[in-house]
Design a protein around this ligand. Structure first.
Ligand code: SF4
Length: 173
């Protein structure tokens, strides 16, 4: 696990920790924040209503004994889009490496809607299935409560020109 911790600490990642998945909090209210308040609801294959429900995620978490949780510091536009793509690719690549090491259940989650394509065609299969992963919140995870459980205080971002802290998670068993 220490090797994965080291690999996860890349430029742009300000905090990383190995945690027990019992600290990951799921809640029904999270999904409604996607439905009312996010303009990408229903427009991306990794987001609700296509992504796992909080109930499904809750049950899924029981099958894992460890998780790597990390914080990416993402600057505002014009860098935001590229940095978010980089985050998604790094999480998918580390998930793949962990999988190839024999942890065959490894599964990564990122933050925000997938932005690997300019437009996500929800009527077609995903174009980059090896890279596209749902965000934690799209799976009904309360990211603020989860981070608080493992010793990181995530603050609410109050303006579009502020640095954002995006959270990523890789489940391992
Ligand atoms: S990789 Fe493209 S097609 Fe797949 S979920 Fe992301 S935006 Fe949609």
């Amino acid at each position: 696990m220490k090797r994965y911790l080291k690999k996860a600490k890349r430029p742009g990642v300000s905090w990383v920790k190995i945690i027990h998945p019992k600290n990951v909090v799921t809640a029904e209210w999270v999904r409604i924040k996607c439905q009312y308040g996010c303009g990408r609801y229903g427009t991306c294959l990794t987001c609700p209503p296509f992504s796992p429900t909080p109930e499904y995620t809750r049950k899924m978490l029981e099958h894992y004994s460890k998780a790597l949780i990390m914080i990416y510091d993402i600057p505002p536009e014009p860098k935001e889009r590229r940095m978010r793509q980089k985050m998604r690719k790094q999480i998918a690549s580390l998930e793949k490496e962990i999988f190839l090491d024999g942890y065959y259940k490894a599964f990564g989650m990122a933050s925000g809607p997938c932005n690997l394509c300019k437009t996500c065609d929800t009527n077609q299969p995903c174009k980059f299935e090896e890279l596209a992963r749902p965000s934690m919140e799209a799976c009904g995870i309360d990211v603020y409560a989860t981070l608080a459980n493992v010793g990181y205080k995530l603050e609410v971002v109050k303006s579009y020109d502020q640095l954002c802290h995006y959270c990523g998670l890789i489940l391992i068993d």
